[in-house]
Design a protein around this ligand. Structure first.
Ligand SMILES: C=C(O[C@H]1C=CC=C(C(=O)O)[C@@H]1O)C(=O)O
Length: 400
């Protein structure tokens, strides 16, 4: 049984210092609620889908018994139930407040030439959207999120610390992360890096927040046009339906764990530097905070995959994704974050992300397809979503 929360440690570092101290192999996670930098491996959490929260609680209890102060489990879990997982109890954890926009950002591009390979080509993606729409017409699916991949190769190793710093600087409120996800056989260390706008779930002292997003339009430079887009999103039947699937499922799952669940019936629009999204902030309190089955990781596992990355019904959407997408998603559309000894923690949806390995960067972006979706608009939406990473790589405009 985990000890009760009495006094929580206060951050003793500056957010900018934590970001500057990040090195490949470390775990970094920051959001509007604070920053965390972790190094070394005290223990590894080995468990499969559905048992990770209990395994994490056991490993955390053992770490505390062994004298580790305030142990935390950090890491990432891939999209598929059987996909890769990287969960560890780090040896050293440093915390700080939320990052700010004035953090130092390194220069734009460090590679003089890149090769860019879309997988599939644009026409192939549009075709997959048409096939998904046929499944929706047939009544097999109500929603499916279809993703595509860009494989970039630079003329030298991609410096992950600079990429991470540029992502944080561009959007300090995002859930930014860098996680070592190296696997046997990788030609170089592999890092999952990104700046997700979507909080899957956070739990602090028993207070739970989830912030599902779905229904999107690209952000542009012209503010009048942006105002039109915000109004268009709020009134779009198609986008509201796409969003409602996610809100309903997240609320239903959290309802199994929480009391005082508050689920707004009307979405609002949130902006990232590159996108506008319909957003619903759902709050509640865990009914049984001491139960490891209600930890932040347990809630995250129960929620995953939400219809923001998979579809409705979930099982049919998963098989359709396997049939219609050409590339394995790996860690994309999974979850990334941390959970502590008390069951608190924060997990975000692994989107606006890439896996960096040596000179190669694989990035994914997806779009929710519902009745009424237009293949060319969904293709454009995925291109706009790639801009988060492409901008940070100094490559904005490189992909139509
Ligand atoms: C699947 C992604 O975004 C999700 C989150 C926000 C809006 C979404 C949408 O409108 O389709 C997606 O559900 C992605 O960025 O790859």
């Amino acid at each position: 049984m985990s000890p009760p929360v009495l006094v929580r440690p206060r951050p003793v570092h500056r957010a900018a210092d934590l970001l500057a101290a990040y090195l490949p192999g470390s775990f970094y996670y920051s959001s509007a609620r604070g920053s965390l930098l972790a190094d070394g491996v005290h223990a590894t959490v080995r468990a499969h889908h559905g048992t990770r929260a209990h395994a994490a609680a056991e490993v955390l209890d053992a770490a505390a018994a062994a004298g580790l102060v305030e142990p935390v489990v950090t890491g990432a879990i891939g999209f598929r139930p059987d996909s890769e997982t990287s969960l560890v109890v780090p040896a050293v954890v440093r915390r700080a407040g939320a990052p700010t926009a004035d953090a130092d950002a390194p220069p734009a591009s460090w590679s003089t030439s890149w090769s860019i390979t879309p997988k599939p080509e644009s026409a192939g993606y549009a075709d997959a959207v048409r096939r998904a729409l046929a499944l929706i017409d047939d009544g097999e699916l109500r929603k499916i999120v279809l993703a595509r991949c860009l494989e970039l190769t630079a003329d030298g190793p991609v410096p992950v610390p600079s990429l991470l710093a540029r992502l944080v600087r561009a959007d300090p409120a995002a859930q930014a992360f860098a996680v070592d996800v190296s696997a046997p056989g990788d030609p170089a260390p592999r890092t999952l890096v990104g700046a997700s706008p979507e909080l899957l779930v956070s739990r602090h002292g028993g207070e739970v927040v989830a912030n599902p997003l779905a229904g999107s339009l690209p952000r542009v430079a012209d503010e009048a046009e942006n105002r039109r887009r915000i109004a268009a999103l709020l009134s779009s039947e198609k986008d509201r339906a796409e969003h409602a699937h996610v809100r309903t499922q997240v609320a239903e799952v959290l309802g199994r764990f929480c009391v005082d669940l508050a689920v707004p019936t009307e979405p609002v629009v949130i902006g990232t530097p590159t996108m506008w999204h319909l957003s619903t902030r759902i709050t509640g309190r865990v009914a049984n905070p001491a139960d490891p089955g209600s930890s932040a990781l347990a809630l995250a596992e129960a929620l995953h995959p939400t219809p923001a990355v998979c579809g409705v019904p979930t099982a049919r959407a998963r098989t359709a994704i396997a049939d219609l997408e050409s590339e394995d998603r790996g860690y994309y559309a999974g979850l990334v974050g941390w959970t502590d000894l008390y069951g608190d923690g924060e997990w975000s949806v692994t989107i606006r992300s890439a896996e960096v390995c040596g000179r190669t960067v694989r990035l994914f972006a997806g779009a929710g397809i519902v009745a009424g979706s237009d293949p060319s608009a969904e293709l454009a939406e995925t291109s706009a979503k790639f801009r988060t990473l492409l901008r940070a790589l100094g490559l904005e405009g490189a992909v139509a």
